[in-house]
Design a protein around this ligand. Sequence first.
Ligand SMILES: [Zn+2]
Length: 436
Amino acid sequence: MSVETAVAEVVTLASELIAIDTTNTGDPAAPGTERAAAEYVAAKLSEVGYEPVYVESGAPGRGNVIARLPGADPARGALLIHGHLDVVPADPAEWSVHPFSGEVRDGYVWGRGAVDMKDMVAMTLAVARSFKRDGVVPPRDLIFAFLADEEAGGFYGARWLVDNRPELFEGATEAISEVGGFSVTLADDVRAYLVETAEKGVMWLRLTARGTAGHGSMLHEDNAVAKLAAAITRLEQHRFPLVLTDPVRELLTGVAEVTGVPFDPDDPEAAVARLGNLSRMIGATLRDTANVTMFEAGYKANVVPSVARATVDGRMLPGREKEFEAELAEILGPEIIREWDSLPPVRTTFDGALVEAMATAVTAEDPGARLLPYMLSAGTDAKSFQRLGVRHFGFSPLKLPPDLDFTALFHGVDERVPVEALEFGTRVLDRFLRAC
Ligand SMILES: [Zn+2]
């Protein structure tokens, strides 16, 4: 009964959240943009009787909101449901609709954050509000957290809160959040819902090469730009070793069972290639990766500069942290200075009562569906919360049309989420949180 009030407002909530521009450029000196969205969320929670806590995490404007709904059994650990309020930048000139319009058109809610992740923020908010209004007592404490700065590593969001305000998450033993729970159509009207059980680790490297400055017209043997370019080329040509981890094996085995196309564990790349659009992301979970993303050097055509710099986005599989670092050092060579920020991989197993509750909730709304684990090639705030000993799952349920290239929408142009998917996700989340 009560889920209908949540379903009725989820689209408006998503649309209004998207219309609040919370662009996170990643520049720590830039003013925080999350405050208005956090205040919006806090007002929506207060309106129905919550007493939300508003916290700015380390810098002005970096707004976070945390609220708790007491459960029937205080002895059980709490479930943390967290979502981030910030979004990556969007250039309106590239979009079909304004990225901060939140426009509802052709059965979709459009705008930056529609899938990453104001969709889940809206679903969470809608269910939290209906639970409070209806006096629902969930089986265990629920902690709702709406966070800043996920898109730049959570240094002014989850990471800061875990370091400075851990009491806000006291008792949490498990968590759900983004980039999981979405459907992939594997056969006619047969869907798998991919639950994130692992994340690669992050190593954002700043590389520096030094050489001898001089006149560009003369003979020159110690050119910083050439040295760095050569090192980067070696890195781009390097293939890190293939490692078949548990979540990837379980995913590919599950897909094989559903499709009837056998999976050869000696050739996981062939099985990944059959996944269509999804292969871009799943393919990146078969091995470590290191992509150069920024390069800067020089200031004048006839001056050889003494220094060149590059940034590399490195991602390593769980258990590969040490090996990844050693391999990078060897490929880049001793002349390249390496400095980095890193965030650890995340992993848990795909089993237990919480996973069963996810499966029950999904199949109640999509009979015949199958839940499968997977590893995210990117990172989320799960990296911060695992430091509190919280077991983490990516579970933001969405039933998607078979032809939608969902993973391309993340940080992409014309990011949008189907209205029906939001309504479906709200129903699943309602069932799940009543049974968790
Ligand atoms: Zn996200």
